[in-house]
Design a protein around this ligand. Sequence first.
Ligand SMILES: Nc1nc2c(c(=O)[nH]1)N[C@H]1C(S)=C(S)[C@@H](COP(=O)(O)O)O[C@H]1N2
Ligand SMILES: [Mo]
Length: 367
Amino acid sequence: MDLKAVFEGGTGRRRGTPDSFSENEVRLANRNSGILLESLCDPVTPVGQHYLLIHFDVPALDAATHRLDFAEGFDAPFSIDMAGIRALPRQTRTVTLECAGNGRRGHASRSQSMPWGVEAVGTAEWTGTPLAPLIERARPAAGTVDFVFTGADRGFDDGVEHNFGRSLTPDQLAALDVLLVYEMNGAPLLPQHGAPLRLIVPGWYGMASVKWLSRVDAVQTPYQGFQQVRTYRYRDRAEDPGIPVTEMRVKSLMVPPGLPDWSSRARRVRPGPVQVQGRAWSGGGVPITRVELGWGDTWIDATLTPAETGFAWTGWSCVWPAEPGEYVLRCRATDARGAVQPLDPPWDVAGFGNNATQAVPVLVAEA
Ligand SMILES: Nc1nc2c(c(=O)[nH]1)N[C@H]1C(S)=C(S)[C@@H](COP(=O)(O)O)O[C@H]1N2
Ligand SMILES: [Mo]
């Protein structure tokens, strides 16, 4: 990008971009909003700025009549309404959620799906009750290999009609501290975020956190639902069976500094010290140990602010000594397991798990 021309009005907005989007992708992008990067200064994302990913239509559910059924495969099946769920021990956890497709747009050969850049992430204070005691109450039959969580939303993908459903094994459930959630940032869950009831699976990519949760089943053979086996798999080639997508990969984002250009989102800053800040996170509750800010071959360490909980992102900030010129500013996080963000997207045929560093074009110039 010729940054000087962008800020002098010389590029012409009508000129085509090297990456053109299909009508389907534009339609999906208009339904599923991403976070506004400037709200990364907030440790908790305001509800209206949290990203959204909705596969089908938002189902019209009434909290007064909605029930969660612990249905098949339990020795003591039961059904519970929202009043019953609200009467159970209440817990609030700050959890960062990221869509597994975040970054898909950065893949050279992306599959046609939600064309996320970097913005499919957010952090909320989720309030609800732990799921595990309810599963215990229902007494899963001996030989249970998967718990299946089914949402009330239904539609087609690749010619297959299905409700959105996901599963977790008994071992995963025991390790994960899954919450049944009915409030977000202290207010009732909004319809688009899964009202009246959703799962939050801390530390995993968002697909596991089933919205509009309406039933739980215990099954004796591995769950083969569309959203479990046909998608959310890392695959080198479309024909591969693939490896399930689970925990989030280490990642960081910055609030782009300076002033934006309306259509390209490129930035202009004045020369001198520039305060740059952002957030970093990893999966599985693994803490962030380092964030660097980089331009060209130079990387400097940022200062970290401690995360509120193991499942919330960590704030970082640093001062960029900006000298006149054109730059691509990047940030790069490392977690306590030693995982570091790559500069280029890791390959995946559907564009899942792209944790490559964010690249922000910046012109440093006097006005
Ligand atoms: N029932 C249902 N649950 C769902 C989805 C969905 O389409 N239907 N989308 C999943 C995906 S892919 C993500 S990334 C998160 C997004 O949650 P949010 O929209 O509250 O941010 O919800 C997950 N749970
Ligand atoms: Mo997602």
